[in-house]
Design a protein around this ligand. Structure first.
Ligand code: 6GU
Length: 282
């Protein structure tokens, strides 16, 4: 997979050289490049922002540096603004032979919610481009224009505001990158983790079996793998009901074994038409 990140703070993306993602880059599983938006300006001050039409607080990112930068990365030519202009003049729309348009991800609290399902979807793409906005955002016309060359997806991590897209890109690239074949050593670790099945993960324990007067749940020491699997599943239900009841609305309860229905009943949920319904009295 090819990933390009455009930012006015390329140093912010330095952690992508570390750990699993850094290793994936070294191993050639992930071709990731970070670009400085200011390299695509043409004025002496390398200006990337200006005051908003209509008034109001803050600054807005100017469209032209973004068009130059995105044209360059879509064409796979991004060393400097000269390259960007050449690619633009040639009308380049993407690397030759690439299947479909690259996906342009625009981190924004006004975007669609980024979830584990989004990460899986994006992990199938050939090329992702992340456009890190700062200030009050990027001139809206950039996104309209870019849709000729990219599938444009404004994405939000959640309902809170960050100062810019960079931290969100660190999170999204890690979530996507770890799903690429070969990046996570043992692919089984991807199966039983939070959100892989629409539920939160069960609690985990390691040695010693008794620590500061606290014992590991006995079932985990029993060697009974059926019992252990059931206990873990029920812990997932309990945790999800307690911390993220919103996730249970989407949960498919149609084929649950009797013991699991009972577990949900104990948590105050009935199964109605294959869906979990919170009892009003619970
Ligand atoms: Cl993706 N970007 C920014 N700037 N703020 C956010 C966000 C993204 N997700 C939540 N808040």
């Amino acid at each position: 997979m090819r990933i390009d990140v455009v930012s006015i703070f390329p140093e912010y993306l330095a952690p992508l050289e570390l750990s699993l993602i850094g290793k994936a880059r070294q191993d050639g599983l992930l071709d990731l490049k970070v670009h400085d938006l200011r390299d695509f300006t043409t004025d002496r001050h390398r200006t990337v922002d200006d005051t908003p039409y209509g008034g109001g607080a803050g600054m807005v990112m100017k469209p032209e540096p973004w068009a130059q930068a995105l044209t360059a990365v879509a064409a796979g030519r991004s060393e400097d603004a000269g390259d960007a202009r050449a690619a633009s003049d040639a009308g380049a729309a993407g690397p030759p032979g690439s299947a479909g348009k690259p996906v342009l991800i625009v981190p924004s609290p006004a975007g669609e919610r980024f979830t584990q399902a989004t990460a899986h979807e994006l992990a199938e793409e050939d090329q992702l481009v992340f456009a890190c906005g700062r200030y009050e955002g990027i001139d809206e016309r950039v996104l309209e224009w870019a849709s000729e060359h990219f599938t444009v997806r404004p994405m939000s991590l959640g309902d809170y505001v960050l100062n810019g897209g960079e931290v969100a890109v660190l999170a999204m690239v890690e979530a996507i990158g770890r799903l690429l074949p070969g990046v996570v050593g043992n692919p089984e670790s991807l199966v039983e983790e939070s959100h892989s099945d629409g539920l939160l993960e069960y609690p985990v324990y390691t040695k010693p079996s008794s620590w500061r007067d606290r014992d590991v749940p006995a079932v985990l020491l029993s060697g009974n793998h059926g019992k252990i699997a059931q206990w873990r599943r029920h812990e997932q239900y309990r945790r999800t009901a307690e911390r993220r009841p919103d996730l249970l609305v989407e949960f498919d309860a149609g084929k649950l074994p009797r013991a699991d229905r009972t577990a949900f009943s104990d948590l105050g949920y009935d199964v109605v038409d294959g869906r979990l319904l919170r009892r009003p009295d619970a």
